[in-house]
Design a protein around this ligand. Structure first.
Ligand SMILES: CCCCCCCCCC(=O)SCCNC(=O)CCNC(=O)[C@H](O)C(C)(C)COP(=O)(O)OP(=O)(O)OC[C@H]1O[C@@H](n2cnc3c(N)ncnc32)[C@H](O)[C@@H]1OP(=O)(O)O
Length: 189
């Protein structure tokens, strides 16, 4: 792996935690105001096809805190067909991807005791890209149904956040995924 290139706050609490513990790293919690992590991405990284609010052709995926985890909701359109009546698997992966990187960003801010979108925060933004994406397709995913993705922070380190995710269509778990999100390298700026 290449040497570290992105800026990390000196105060970053490097830590690997077991399930359910990462969300309690600081009492300075963030974003329980109904806004999504992606609503606060800096404009230079807000053009992602999956989750960029500034991409007029994209999916505009939005991820919020839901207790200690996160939730992302998306209803695919009929053009997202795999076989008639069922959702294209690439779209499922895309939703899990952006739900994972969004969760990583939220977790990183929370771990650093920072609030996304805080106008008084002049530290460098914490921007995460996908290093690894794993998806298990567990059941056919019907079109016309809202997909609900719940994210869980498995591990958080200085440059990496590991997120596990579960996608449901109604009462059926249709996919599970795992995202290794890594701080965006300066070469991508
Ligand atoms: C707020 C910003 C929002 C941006 C829009 C949302 C993004 C939506 C998702 C995307 O589509 S992002 C686009 C697709 N992803 C890329 O284009 C990334 C291309 N790859 C890279 O730029 C680098 O390979 C990467 C930043 C992922 C890793 O860089 P480094 O190789 O310098 O990482 P480093 O050596 O610092 O490793 C840091 C940690 O991450 C781990 N890691 C890095 N790459 C990995 C990988 N591929 N798989 C598993 N783990 C990986 C690495 O092992 C290490 O873990 P440990 O600390 O536990 O040792």
């Amino acid at each position: 792996m290449a040497a570290a290139r992105a800026v990390v706050p000196a105060s970053w609490p490097e830590r690997t935690a077991g399930a359910g513990t990462v969300g309690r790293m600081t009492s300075h919690d963030t974003l329980h105001d109904g806004t999504a992590f992606q609503d606060h991405y800096p404009p230079d990284v807000a053009a992602c096809f999956g989750c960029g609010r500034l991409n007029e052709h994209g999916h505009h995926l939005r991820t919020t805190w839901d207790g200690e985890g996160t939730v992302t909701r998306f209803t695919p359109g009929p053009e997202q067909t795999a076989v008639p009546g069922y959702v294209y698997g690439g779209l499922i992966a895309s939703v899990i991807d952006c739900a994972g990187t969004g969760t990583a960003a939220g977790a990183a801010y929370r771990a650093a005791g920072r609030t996304m979108g805080d106008p008084d925060d002049h530290e460098p933004p914490l921007r995460f890209v996908t290093g690894r994406l794993e998806v298990d397709y567990l059941a056919p995913t019907p079109l016309g149904v809202e997909l609900v993705v719940r994210g869980h922070i498995d591990e958080i380190k200085a440059r990496k956040v590991v997120v596990s995710l579960e996608m449901a269509a109604g009462d059926t778990v249709v996919a599970r995924g795992r995202v290794i999100a890594v701080l965006m390298p300066a070469t991508m700026e």
